[in-house]
Design a protein around this ligand. Structure first.
Ligand SMILES: Nc1ncnc2c1ncn2[C@@H]1O[C@H](COP(=O)(O)OP(=O)(O)OP(=O)(O)O)[C@@H](O)[C@H]1O
Ligand SMILES: O=P(O)(O)OC[C@@]1(O)O[C@H](CO)[C@@H](O)[C@@H]1O
Length: 308
């Protein structure tokens, strides 16, 4: 079974505001509310690919209720912990000439709720996957993903981490199965701006030396790089298409990678599926549907993936 864990789920309020101007009243040309948060998005895309999974996390208030309702409507299985106070955040995604995001802080998570989470995680069995994805509400320490991995140490689990800065750095020594920074996040780990495939791949190898088993680096429209535990490195450009909404492209990539990997344990297939799921979401108003991912995969399978 696959579990996704989102500490800070959100309602994503996606607004199109052509000609947006600061300091004045702007009117939207289109708007949409979606359930969001990185682990939540992974769950939705896995579900769209027909891969059973459970979305774990904390929700609060009327916004939390709406997140759960939307996910159920999409056919997702959820097992959220309800917090006593506050509201799950609303993250604003402003699509104008440039894309601007305002992500909320989210409700605080009391120790009693953390205890319920740790209890719940005891249900994970050998062979299960756990996706730890997204930021954590302020008030929780940057070591919280480590704490989870520490408690699960010794079990035969595949743990995937999609996080940045110390939240990511701290888990590496626990040997996660996969980490998926984008190339900016990868550079930030080393206090650098990375350019070019060679430099990005070299730093992906460094992250592997720090403990990650597999490192998948997403590069938005430039594609991605995968460094595997078999010491192979692949680069592929992204499938071509018209970008409509790239929110959640990275999460879709994680879902596609996992779905591809679990179907035959082949890293090249997993990488292709990751790229296709990421791009299919970027080319769609919502997160990618299974048939949209499959259609890109059919095109992409005709081209060999470059080993670097
Ligand atoms: N402009 C684009 N054109 C084609 N594919 C794209 C584009 N943007 C994203 N993708 C696809 O999605 C994958 C992940 O994108 P990206 O690197 O933007 O992830 P991310 O930064 O984690 O995104 P997010 O935080 O918005 O989920 C890319 O590797 C690519 O396959
Ligand atoms: O604030 P975080 O947890 O880093 O990111 C949250 C978020 O921006 O990530 C998803 C896209 O990847 C969105 O659904 C959501 O709003």
């Amino acid at each position: 079974m696959i579990y996704t864990m989102t500490f800070n789920p959100a309602l994503d309020y996606i607004v199109k505001v052509p000609g947006y101007q600061e300091g004045t009243v702007n009117r939207t040309a289109a708007e949409k509310i979606m359930a969001g948060g990185k682990g939540v998005n992974v769950s939705v895309v896995l579900q769209n690919l027909g891969v059973p999974n459970t979305a774990l996390g904390f929700i609060a208030g009327f916004t939390g209720g709406e997140i759960e309702r939307i996910l159920k409507q999409l056919g997702c299985h959820t097992d959220f912990i309800r917090l006593p106070d506050g509201n799950s955040r609303i993250n604003v995604k402003l699509k104008a000439d440039k894309e601007t995001e305002i992500n909320g802080q989210g409700p605080s998570i009391p120790e009693s709720a953390m205890a319920v989470l740790y209890q719940k995680l005891q249900m994970l069995k050998d062979g299960d996957c756990l996706v730890l994805a997204g930021s954590i509400p302020s008030g929780l320490p940057d070591s919280v993903y480590c704490e989870i991995m520490e408690r699960l140490n010794g079990r035969n689990l595949n743990i995937i981490v999609d996080a940045e800065k110390d939240l990511l750095k701290n888990v590496l020594s626990y040997h996660p199965f996969l980490v998926k920074p984008n190339h900016h996040e990868l550079g930030a780990l080393f206090g650098k701006t990375l350019t070019g495939i060679k430099e990005i791949a070299e730093h992906a190898y460094l992250v592997q030396e720090m403990g990650a088993r597999n490192v998948l680096v997403s590069m938005a429209g430039e594609g991605g790089i995968l460094v595997t535990e078999e010491k192979q490195a692949f680069f592929s450009p992204a499938p071509r298409g018209k970008v409509v909404n790239s929110t959640g492209a990275g999460d879709s990539m994680v879902a596609g990678f996992l779905a591809g990997y679990l179907d035959g344990k082949n890293y090249e297939k997993a990488f292709r599926m990751g790229l296709c799921a990421g791009s299919a979401s970027a080319f769609s108003t919502e997160l990618a549907a299974g048939n949209e991912i499959a259609a890109l995969y059919e095109t992409m399978i005709k081209e060999p993936i470059k080993q670097i």
